[in-house]
Design a protein around this ligand. Sequence first.
Ligand code: SF4
Ligand code: SF4
Length: 144
Amino acid sequence: MKVSMPGEESGHELCEQCGLCCKIFGDTITPTAENLFVWIEQERQDILQYFSVCKPDGTWVSCTDLRPDELYNLVTVEMRDPVSQEYLCACPFLRRVGRKKYLCRIHDVKPEMCCTYQPWIWGETYFNRCQALKKLNHDGRWPV
Ligand code: SF4
Ligand code: SF4
């Protein structure tokens, strides 16, 4: 999820923008209430349409129909296809821009979990298929 680009927020310029972490984990991204608030404020229907929320009464609504005052009383948020409401197999915001290069289409406002994703944290978010990590120290540590 760091694809766009992992290094940018945390100073880790080693991310090769291969897109693999987004391809593998991108179908499970979940925005925070703050992320949703920003998207609502900015009228980002193009993003909101991919998420549905379960309200305390058990009803599901598209985030395009969500009011800001409802944000802090949600049971769960899920990424769904805007038309079929089926689960997605991949993040809809990942864009291929070269043979082996990918960017995040919503980089400036991407979910917090994408901003903070760190493939070098052993035991938590370690991702041994990360292209940048593979080229680093044999012990897999990302230089900080
Ligand atoms: S929102 Fe962006 S950073 Fe997050 S998984 Fe999708 S493409 Fe990757
Ligand atoms: S797998 Fe690693 S190198 Fe590839 S986009 Fe993710 S963080 Fe960057």
